[in-house]
Ligand binder design. Structure first.
Ligand code: NVA
Length: 201
């Protein structure tokens, strides 16, 4: 299992290695986290197909993997992000050919009727130096009580953690949905055990 920055490092290991390689996180994607996220959504909602997942914030590794994972299980995915921070264009094209994906800078449009709202930090690991410029770019890209009104009344909220209260999510929303978010964190363990079992056969 490799957790790193450059996706190419994972690709190289997989190409030249003789054993299965697990992507534990790169700047490009975070598939292990999304397995835990989907497990949590299924736990709470009973199924996945037909649900709407809305991601708010940076079109980063989480956005990329949520798009791929969500579309693969038959969810509708909507991403609200600033124009300069869109998810990977190749992934966007793939998703639009294989399911329903919207990418918009309009938070309310993305959150409309959503079953799940998801967000992640504005500055990911390795982007600490961009903190000030990102705070400007992402101002308002926040899951707050007002945005929750656009989603379904029983919408759940997920966050891959650590959360920055008052930035991408308000304290109020985080606390109201802490049960789901901490179950999501716990499910990292169970989902990753499943990956190992599958690869070990
Ligand atoms: N986008 C975040 C995800 C952490 C789980 C990061 O890469 O730091």
């Amino acid at each position: 299992m490799i957790r790193t920055f450059a996706q190419q490092d994972v690709e190289d290991l997989a190409k030249y290695g003789s054993i299965p390689i697990i992507n534990g996180l790169t700047d490009y994607c975070h598939p292990c986290q999304v397995l835990a996220d989907l497990m949590t959504i299924r736990e709470y909602k009973g199924s996945l197909k037909g649900l709407k997942l809305c991601f708010v914030g940076d079109g980063n590794n989480m956005a990329n993997s949520l798009i791929v994972g969500g579309i693969k299980v038959g969810m509708e995915v909507a991403v609200a992000c600033p124009d300069n921070y869109r998810p990977d264009e190749k992934i966007v094209r793939w998703a639009q050919e294989n399911g329903k994906l919207t990418v918009t800078s309009d938070l309310k449009e993305a959150a409309a009727n959503a079953d799940v709202l998801y967000t992640d930090v504005w500055a990911s690991m390795g982007q600490e130096g961009e903190k000030a410029e990102r705070e400007k770019a992402f101002a308002g890209y926040c899951i707050d009580a007002e945005l929750m009104k656009a989603a379904k009344p029983d919408a759940m909220v997920l966050h891959c953690l650590p959360a920055h209260r008052g930035e991408e999510i308000t304290e109020e929303v985080l606390e109201a949905h802490a049960g789901e978010i901490f179950d999501e964190a716990e499910n990292r363990l169970h989902a990753q055990k499943a990956v190992l079992v599958k690869l070990l056969k």
